[in-house]
Design a protein around this ligand. Structure first.
Ligand code: NAD
Ligand code: DAU
Length: 347
């Protein structure tokens, strides 16, 4: 089986590629990535020489290129992760999100429709999406697979749009598809623009910890490898034309999470208790900031037997250790263009 994985040099994609390359030596894995600021081949150093791993540098916005790759390699299935993924960047540059997340997804769907043999017997378009498409929750309730879409940020609107197109290609052209909508991931290799790695890096550097608004926003956190395991299961056993929600059963208000992070970091760095917490600084809120996300993952649990394997305490500790042990990875990213991003976003 030839599997095209898009966005495999990014955070979640690199964990999915590694899992598939190692677990399924009989599959050929094609990692297609244009290597934006978020794509990093260092994430895949350990498997880059495996016989069943292939890297294709390409832009999903380039329809001709995508068509020629489908024609040349004859992929059987697609796992589509490539995207612009950061909400704050979508507020600054929404069009970039429409291009990659909507048009890029369309280019892949069109290539699949054009090059896959009629009947689509051996094919699958697996689209990786987010819980943000459902909008925001109040104090109670959970997102289920039947919750109406109600996106609030340009990022979530672009992901919602791509989900709709995937479903529409399933209905209109009978293209086999699965969509999974996952909550906030954390773990090794996450670009330090997202809350957890940004704050780990700032604590190491003794820089302010910029908490948006009152810090009482809630997210449901999942260790990235548990997401990759869920993707493996849904890819192999998920029902055609269906959607699964994936979440951590693990809600945290931002400020409580940040305080826990500070506590663990103080211990790891040999600082006195409470030292890192002094770096917390409340700043202007993110526009359109969703108050609370929380996933009801009972469908995937019941139908595919998936549940998270890593507790939040374990996952956070593993994540912190990874960043402390991979200073070079972090330095390579945070020097250069990252400095301009940081300045524009936070000063
Ligand atoms: P990321 O930003 O770390 O990685 C995105 C990858 O896509 C990068 O390697 C980048 O180079 C590549 N890419 C971007 N534009 C491209 C283009 N035009 N052509 C080819 N490659 C391109 O993202 P992530 O956090 O790993 O998220 C991966 C997917 O999972 C996204 O679709 C995202 O919406 C979804 N998701 C993320 C989370 C999360 O918490 N991070 C949660 C749920 C769903
Ligand atoms: O829910 C899934 C989504 O989770 C994914 O689809 C997105 O790709 C991913 O980026 C993530 O979106 P969030 O906006 O929830 O993640 P982020 O890490 O940017 O922010 C988490 C929370 O922390 C959110 O309430 C905003 C807050 N925050 C974030 C940053 C970067 C701060 O308070 N300060 C910050 O500097």
């Amino acid at each position: 089986m030839k599997i095209l994985i898009t966005g495999g040099a990014g955070f979640i994609g690199s964990h999915v590629v590694r899992l598939f390359v190692n677990k399924y030596p009989e599959y050929q894995i094609y990692n297609l990535d244009v290597l934006t600021y978020a794509g990093n081949l260092e994430n895949l150093k350990d498997i880059e020489n495996e016989d069943n791993y292939h890297f294709l540098k390409a832009d999903i916005n380039d329809a001709n290129k995508i068509n020629s790759l489908f024609s040349e390699y004859k992929f059987d299935k697609v796992i589509h992760l490539a995207a612009e993924s950061h909400v704050d960047r979508s507020i600054t540059d929404p069009l970039a999100f429409v291009k990659t997340n909507v048009i890029g997804t369309m280019n892949l769907l069109n290539a699949a429709k054009k090059y896959w043999p009629k009947g689509f017997d051996k094919n699958l378009f697996y689209h990786i999406s987010t819980d943000e498409v459902y909008g925001t929750l109040g104090e109670t309730g959970l997102f289920t697979e039947t919750t109406s879409y109600d996106p609030n940020s340009p990022y979530s609107a672009s992901k919602a749009s791509s989900d709709h197109f995937v479903r529409a290609y399933g209905e209109t052209y009978d293209l086999p598809y699965i969509i999974t909508n996952c909550s906030n991931n954390y773990g090794p290799n996450q670009f330090p623009e997202k809350l957890i790695p940004l704050f780990i890096n700032n604590i190491i550097e003794n820089k302010k910890l910029p908490v948006y608004g009152d810090g009482k926003y809630t997210r449901d956190w999942l260790y990235v490898i548990d997401h990759a395991i869920a993707i493996d299961l849904a890819f192999h056993q998920g029902e055609n034309k269906s959607t699964y929600n994936i979440g951590g059963f693990n809600e945290w208000q931002n400020i409580d999470l940040v305080k826990l992070l500070c506590k663990i970091m103080d211990e790891k760095l040999g600082r006195y208790r409470g030292e890192s917490e002094k770096l917390i600084t409340y700043i202007k809120d993110r526009p359109g900031h969703d108050k609370r996300y929380a996933i009801d993952a009972s469908k995937i649990k019941k139908e595919l037997g998936w549940k998270p394997t890593v507790t939040f305490e374990e996952g956070l500790e593993k994540t912190i250790d990874w960043y402390l042990e991979n200073e070079l990875w972090l330095n390579n990213i945070t020097s250069g263009d990252y400095q301009y991003y940081y300045k524009d976003q936070y000063q």
